[in-house]
Design a protein around this ligand. Structure first.
Ligand SMILES: [Zn+2]
Length: 441
């Protein structure tokens, strides 16, 4: 979330530093300055003396820039401002410019905006503050590793088979082991999250490793909170380690407003407040949900009460914000929920041998991924529709685009942001119309 205002704040930061050169304060954080909290099973593969987690407190004076030399590399940060609101704290490294200070009201939030994964490991920080304050500084270190697991991610597996995932042993290599103790749960609801991280960071393995450190070391949880995590390139990471108790999708996680029973948590890596999830992430999400719902004999369109909750009906596919006050998984992901449910239901029907969509009351004949989009989106058509061309009309009913319907269903149009109507035509005429939103930053 704070990433959205970084551009503006970077400018402020730059001006500030140029005026404050004479006020710079340099010091080094030594091991004696820091209190360590680390797992007994501490183990690194690159540097045996490196710590996975440190926490310290620091007073900051307004208008001073603190150069903090660290005694090792760190890969992620959590910065908590102790005093009252309306304070902004800036942190820069060689690769990152971060601004902290957004108030976090919900302490149960899975990944607060005070946590960030660095684009590159760093051994120093520059910190400054808009007012006198004190901070709690938590730093995380996940050594870089190679992905040893050869992954053949088939976009479409036969039927509703389990999609390939990167195993816990693979992505967790060199990090402390999770704490034993797992609860088995019968999943009735799948909850979607986002990591709210930097959309420009493509080192997904590193992001997952640092979320794991954040959840286990800072939050003190037994393991990473989610059952699965999906990267924008479609890669699926297995999440909470079942440790032999049951299959990994039936293990209770830590992600849903303190009501984790009967849920399976899926985290989409990235921030989907303003940006739509990628086609690859949605395809993997569809595959994962189709597999799980087929296995549990659930319908993607169903609602029923969550057993641990006093709330009314909750969708079999639901969002973190359905359970408590949070922006997670972001407005652009929330907008896709209905399309996602229909796509999963279509997939389930194929797997169950049903020819058409189960619920005839729903007239949709096309499913659009993603919607909203930048103008590049995928259209899935109900079997037998035989679309030959598409027409896009604006809100005044004026035709703005017309072309043959592409065999692969991928439409790519250059239109200004706004609502449009997508019509699909076969030789008999219009076979479906759907409202689409094109959004360009
Ligand atoms: Zn969430």
């Amino acid at each position: 979330m704070f990433r959205g205002i970084n551009i503006v704040l970077f400018a402020l930061w730059y001006i500030n530093t140029s005026f404050l050169v004479t006020n710079h304060v340099s010091f080094s954080l030594n091991k004696t300055d820091l209190s360590f909290k680390q797992s007994d099973s501490f183990n690194t593969i690159t540097d045996p003396v490196s710590q996975h987690y440190t926490v310290s407190e620091q007073s900051l004076e307004k208008d001073k820039t603190y150069h903090i030399g660290l005694n090792q590399d760190y890969s992620a940060i959590k910065l908590t401002i102790k005093d009252t609101a309306n304070i902004l704290v800036y942190v820069t490294t060689d690769s990152d410019t971060l601004c902290f200070g957004e108030e976090v009201k919900d302490k149960n939030i899975d990944i607060p905006p005070s946590f960030a994964v660095f684009l590159k490991h760093t051994s120093f920080l520059n910190i400054s503050s808009s007012k006198n304050t004190s901070i709690k500084l938590e730093l995380f270190y996940a050594p870089q590793i190679e992905n040893k697991q050869t992954l053949h991610l088939k976009k479409k597996k036969d039927g509703c088979a389990k999609p390939n995932t990167i195993s816990q042993n693979n992505w967790r290599s060199g990090l402390p082991l999770p704490t034993p103790g797992r609860n088995k749960t019968n999943v009735t609801h799948c909850i979607i999250h986002h990591s709210a991280g930097n959309n420009n960071d493509t080192n997904y393995l590193n992001i997952v490793r640092n979320i794991y450190l954040f959840h286990t070391q800072s939050n003190g949880w037994d393991d990473i909170g989610y059952n699965f995590l999906i990267a924008p390139n479609g890669t699926i990471f297995s999440g909470r380690d079942p440790l032999g108790v049951d299959e990994e999708d039936n293990i209770q996680g830590a992600h849903y407003c303190g009501k984790n029973g009967s849920t399976m948590g899926i985290c989409l890596l990235g921030n989907y407040n303003l940006t739509s999830p990628s086609l690859s992430i949605l395809e993997s999400l569809n595959a994962l949900l189709s597999w799980k719902l087929y296995k549990e004999n659930l319908s993607a369109l169903d609602f029923f009460p969550h057993p641990n909750s006093t709330s009314d009906n909750l969708g079999v596919i639901a969002m973190h914000q359905d359970g408590c006050a949070t922006q997670c998984p972001g407005d652009s992901a929330v907008l896709l929920l209905d399309s996602l449910k229909l796509a999963v239901e279509t997939e389930l029907n194929k797997c169950r041998g049903n020819v058409s969509i189960a619920n005839p009351a729903i007239k949709f004949k096309q499913i659009i991924y993603p919607n909203p989009s930048t103008g590049r989106f995928y259209v899935m058509i109900e079997d037998g529709a035989q679309a030959r061309k598409f027409i896009i009309k604006n809100q005044l009913g004026e035709k703005v685009s017309e072309a043959l319907f592409p065999k692969n269903g991928l439409i790519n149009v250059d239109l200004v942001s706004g609502y449009y109507f997508l019509e699909l035509w076969n030789s008999d005429g219009i076979i479906s119309t759907k409202k689409i939103l094109i959004y360009k930053e």
